[in-house]
Design a protein around this ligand. Structure first.
Ligand code: NAP
Ligand code: ZN
Ligand code: ZN
Length: 351
């Protein structure tokens, strides 16, 4: 098979900065689409993965799974896309396509799903590499259509921050009468507020940061609760149908469970790992409450969200950076100093 050597940005060790690397992309096979990457969002998962926070990273790593670009070339059997189309790629680039999850449009829960980076490219027999790169080659079944009316850089974060919050909002039937709360105002949190608001819900933000109140209101939050203020937390007891918790690090879930209504669900999408302190079951039992988790979304659901964003004119609030600024961007993300997603202009890597 043809192999193309391209420029990318990645890291070779958990404690090393990201730097320019050369990687291989496979040549276009019959069902493949080759994409010229125009923009790529910066997700907190990119940082977790680059720094081996989850203990499973194999190096080198090229992060990036919020990819928007233009079709450069298509394989002989591609029928959904043509050269020049605006397209997107999110967190998934393949799956088994035959298990029950794949058949139910839940490819993200397929035991053989292939991540856009850190997965296994069966053609090249190497790890997959993500969107901090000039181009990417993806099977058309995992390529998405981008609405033409939206800002291209602003749409990139929909591919992960958007779908990760949209999928639980849809699964737990959020609509006009719902009371939704979002924990943490970062990339995922700000998309959760916008999307829950667009679905007609009453939206509350839990934040540690008193300086984000005006922004949260502008994004569509009806109310902000400062999570470090005991009296504000007390006033929120028993109120929410669905809470989307986007906090990336270990934290106490129990105060948030207390703010769920009867039958309410706290959906953890951020932190991966054991809880300390542990969950107290009393409020779960006394109020038939649930604590759940959720992973990104399937391909059909991601297309549904892109179309919804096109209809409702929703994009992410972004700060566009050059590829060379990525290490500073990671440090700022760790300090919650992002308004509210960094997006890399990939021209900076190509020049
Ligand atoms: P982000 O932009 O850094 O936002 C996280 C927000 O959480 C911060 O802005 C901050 O909000 C709050 N926060 C940060 N550290 C905290 C701490 N120690 N205690 C309490 N609150 C804290 O991150 P992101 O890109 O939205 O990603 C959030 C998490 O979701 C990451 O762990 C990422 O890996 C994960 N993720 C999961 C999925 C999935 O499929 N489940 C998909 C994508 C990302 P305030 O300042 O408002 O408190
Ligand atoms: Zn992500
Ligand atoms: Zn499958």
């Amino acid at each position: 098979m043809d192999v193309k050597n391209i420029r990318a940005y990645g890291t070779v060790a958990a404690d090393a900065d990201l730097k320019q690397l050369e990687i291989n992309r496979r040549g276009v096979t019959a069902k493949d689409v080759e994409i010229d990457i125009l923009y790529c969002g910066v997700c907190h998962s990119d940082l977790h993965f680059a720094r081996n926070d989850w203990g499973m990273t194999q190096y080198p790593v090229v992060p990036g799974h919020e990819i928007v670009g233009k079709v450069l070339k298509v394989g002989d059997d591609v029928n959904q896309y043509k050269v020049g189309d605006l397209v997107a790629v999110g967190c998934l680039v393949d799956s088994c396509r035959s298990c029950a999850n794949c058949k139910n449009d839940l490819e993200q829960y397929c035991p053989e799903w292939v991540g856009t980076y850190g997965g296994y490219d069966k053609h090249l027999e190497t790890n997959t590499h993500g969107g901090y790169s000039e181009t990417i080659v993806v099977d058309e079944a995992f390529v998405l259509s981008v609405p033409e009316n939206l800002d291209l850089a602003g749409i990139a974060p929909v591919l992960c921050a958007g779908i990760t919050t949209w999928s639980p909002l849809r699964h737990w039937n959020v609509g006009k009468d719902s009371k939704v709360a979002v924990v943490g105002l970062g990339g995922l949190g700000h998309m959760a507020i916008k999307l829950a608001d667009a679905l007609g819900a009453h939206v509350t933000l839990f934040s540690r940061s008193t300086n984000k109140i005006d922004d949260a209101k502008a994004l569509g939050a009806d109310e902000i609760i400062i999570s470090t203020d005991e009296s504000q937390m007390q006033s929120a007891m028993g109120r929410f149908d669905v809470i989307i918790d986007t906090v990336p690090y270990e934290h106490d879930l129990n105060p948030y469970v207390g703010t769920l209504n009867t039958n309410g669900t706290l959906v953890v999408v951020g932190y991966l790992g054991p809880l300390d302190p542990m969950l107290v079951t009393v409020p779960l039992i006394m109020g038939r409450k649930s604590v759940a988790g959720s992973l990104i979304g399937g391909i059909a659901e991601t297309q549904e969200l892109l179309d919804f964003c096109g209809e409702h004119n929703i994009t992410s609030d972004i700060e566009v950076i050059n590829m060379q600024d990525i290490n500073t961007a990671y440090e700022r993300m760790l300090k919650s100093d992002v308004k509210y997603r960094f997006v890399i202009d990939m021209k900076s890597l190509k020049s």
